[in-house]
Design a protein around this ligand. Structure first.
Ligand SMILES: [Ca+2]
Length: 252
């Protein structure tokens, strides 16, 4: 019983390692927002939500600049902004360029294609001393589903003065679209698939050796056979998907 449990755990661990190693081969890239809205905005052009789109054009300056978003009123409680990006990605990091009275952010959420929000950071608002522009970097350790929207909540009465945001960068990896096991988070390419096949072949021959020399409990080996079959079907699915979506990988 103990051995069977270990075999299943080993199999799961191997699957996780393989999934992770496939992800590493896809390149991460930064996107800038193409659309933005906010709970309020100081102006319809200057200091509007749209001033958060595109790359930073205020940072590293600290000050009341009309190239950044500002809410309608300073120190008036909860405000939020929502940024939209061209590509849904598995997000690694959100970079928030706070260019006037930073520190009022209390929550950062990612929003996936279905509109579900995933909380990736929550904390207390606190003024920076001395006040200066900063890039507030939030790592995503929770949401593995691709997202193309970021929602940021600020408590504007916690940090005195106008709390302004210049731009918000979204760092992440693109995922293969379509069905099968890679839906959602697994990224595959030709090299990692070859690697996977080689590992599976080694595992298969190790099982065969153990069976021939009667070195292990037959039930344990049967479990390993089943796990191996699962890995082979994952590998096949990835191969099919790679063939059908190969053209997506050229852009980044
Ligand atoms: Ca800006």
């Amino acid at each position: 019983m103990h051995k069977r449990k270990s075999a299943i755990l080993m199999g799961l661990a191997l699957l996780l390692v393989l999934s992770a190693s496939r992800g590493i081969n896809a390149a991460s890239f930064t996107q800038w927002a193409i659309d933005a809205k906010a709970s309020s905005q100081y102006g319809s052009n200057s200091w509007s939500a749209l001033q958060m789109t595109g790359a930073p054009n205020t940072y590293p300056q600290h000050g009341d600049k009309d190239t950044a978003w500002a809410p309608s009123y300073a120190n008036s409680g909860m405000e939020w902004v929502e940024l939209t990006y061209p590509e849904a990605v598995v997000v690694e990091r959100v970079d928030i360029y706070e260019t006037y009275n930073p520190g009022a952010i209390t929550k950062v959420e990612l929003i996936d294609a279905s509109g579900t929000s995933h909380l990736v950071w929550q904390g207390k608002a606190a003024a920076l001393t001395p006040a200066q522009a900063r890039v507030f970097q939030v790592q995503n350790h929770t949401a593995r589903i691709p997202s193309n929207k970021v929602r940021i909540t600020l408590e504007t009465d916690k940090v005195s003065g106008w709390n302004e945001i210049d731009a918000v960068g979204l760092l992440g990896k693109k995922v293969a679209s379509g069905s099968g096991v890679s839906k959602g988070f697994v990224v595959a390419d030709g090299d990692t698939l070859a690697e996977l096949e080689a590992i599976l072949l080694r595992l298969k021959s190790a099982i065969e050796r153990a069976r021939t020399s009667r070195a292990a409990d037959p039930n344990f080996l049967a479990d390993l056979d089943q796990i191996l079959d699962i890995f082979y079907s994952i590998s096949d699915d990835l191969q099919k998907e790679l063939e059908s979506s190969g053209s997506q990988w050229g852009a980044y």
